[in-house]
Write a protein that binds this ligand. Structure first.
Ligand SMILES: NC(=O)c1ccc[n+]([C@@H]2O[C@H](COP(=O)([O-])OP(=O)(O)OC[C@H]3O[C@@H](n4cnc5c(N)ncnc54)[C@H](O)[C@@H]3O)[C@@H](O)[C@H]2O)c1
Length: 397
């Protein structure tokens, strides 16, 4: 392992870009020492004031208004791509061609075709780490559900129920932005649904088939706002502003069959009034049941063989150092301290840097690859196909 610093750049200084910027800064503070030092080099955003503000907040050397400056900078080793999905492919290709390791946000691309091209990049650049940002793979509670299911603590898992309901689009005056553009299936399904499906596979193994899908667009047009819009949350346009058509789904529901034979039921929404960030996974098995909820991130709920007879029901189990990721993942790693979504990004950044540095001893599980991101997009496309074919079953290859 080289002790030379790894120089990092973040492209996109919106909601998630700032979280990446923070994660690279924190990555070396968790788990064992041994990562090479990280140089916080550049933040790029098409709206330069966003880049400047993020660079100032998170201690990066430079802010630029054009991501091409990052591609052309020979000192940069590692790049986070954290912009709207339709931009991922062009930027990822340029970064890989410039010899940079890439951590690209989910969903991998704006279209299935773009995702296929991005997956092909790994073959052309075997020396690079090209990863998709499925941050919930680093959530201690979800990882615990996966461990319980895999180790037989829940008997045979027969059913997973998952939802990811958000309200960022519930207000019809929330302005049109990149999230509302693209093919059916790239809306709520591609945005929050992609996390939901990835977490489901982490717990239950691969999905073999989806069926019964419905995609619904409830708010069919939104106001156009001039100027830069980041995140979209809490931003409201005037009611008389001009409007543009929403192209993709506000709500998606479907069922699935896992390769194990277990059933899956899923729903996601971006127009769920009053529910800002409600992601929940429940696994029902022949010998136990377990549930994880994002807004109760410091715990799981569990009923298993250790539940006393006559006192059934889910009981609270606090995240503690026996959970995956938690020991050494926090400077206060004991039960009751809790965990947030932000730490997932730090753990992900740590794992990514381990991969880049070639650290295998004590390594965290590797990040999802571009091929994993492409497979995810095939599942989302199958859901969209099922909806277009009135709920027909669509197999996942
Ligand atoms: N892993 C997660 O938990 C998570 C959470 C939120 C978003 N995301 C993903 O992160 C990505 C960005 O989402 P967001 O919510 O941060 O979006 P956002 O709209 O808040 O921010 C996007 C930023 O990109 C900038 N931008 C637009 N065009 C650009 C260009 N050509 N070059 C450079 N910058 C440009 C915008 O000015 C804006 O600041 C998406 O792929 C999204 O799916 C992931």
């Amino acid at each position: 392992m080289s002790a030379a610093p790894l120089s990092v750049a973040v492209i996109g200084a919106g909601m998630a870009g700032r979280t990446h910027a923070n994660a690279w800064r924190q990555a070396g503070t968790v788990y064992e020492l041994g990562l090479p030092p990280v140089r916080l080099a550049t933040i790029a955003d098409a709206h330069l004031p966003f880049a400047e503000d993020a660079a100032a907040h998170y201690g990066y050397e430079k802010a630029v208004g054009d991501w091409r400056e990052v591609a052309e900078d020979p000192s940069i080793d590692v790049v986070s791509i954290v912009v709207g999905n339709a931009l991922h492919r062009e930027i990822a290709e340029a970064m890989a061609d410039a010899g940079k390791h890439v951590l690209c946000e989910k969903p991998l691309a704006g279209t299935l075709e773009d995702a296929a091209a991005m997956a092909a990049l790994q073959e052309a650049h075997p020396e690079l780490v090209l990863a998709t940002g499925y941050t919930f793979r680093r959530n201690a509670g979800i990882a615990m559900l996966a461990k319980l299911a895999a180790e037989g603590d829940l008997g045979t898992p027969s059913h997973l129920d998952a939802h990811y309901w958000a309200d960022y689009g519930a207000d019809p005056n929330t302005p049109i932005a990149w999230r509302y553009k693209g093919p059916m299936g790239s809306g709520a399904l591609g945005d929050v649904g992609s996390h939901m499906v990835d977490s489901a596979e982490l717990v239950m193994g691969p999905i073999a088939e989806v069926s019964g899908a419905q995609l619904v667009t409830t708010i069919t047009e939104r106001p156009v706002m001039t100027g830069a819009v980041s995140g979209g949350r809490g931003v409201t346009a005037d009611a008389d502003a001009p409007r543009e058509a929403v192209e993709n789904d506000d709500v998606a529901t479907f069922t699935a069959r896992f390769a194990s034979g277990a059933a899956g039921t899923f729903s996601c929404s971006r127009v769920a009034f009053g529910l800002p960030n409600d992601k929940t996974l429940t696994v029902l098995g022949t010998g136990g049941s377990a549930r994880w909820e994002l807004h109760r991130g410091g715990e799981i709920q569990l009923a298993d063989a250790s539940s006393p007879a006559g006192r059934g029901g889910l009981r609270q189990v606090l995240v503690n150092p026996e959970f995956p990721y938690y020991a050494n993942g926090s400077s206060m790693a004991f039960a009751g301290v809790g965990l947030t979504q932000v730490e997932q990004f730090t753990y992900q950044a740590h794992a990514f840097l381990q991969q880049v540095a070639g650290i295998t001893e004590g390594a965290l599980p590797p990040c999802a690859s571009f091929a994993d991101g492409y497979r995810q997009m095939r599942i989302l496309a199958a859901v969209a196909e099922s909806a277009a074919r009135h709920g027909a079953a669509v197999a996942i290859d």
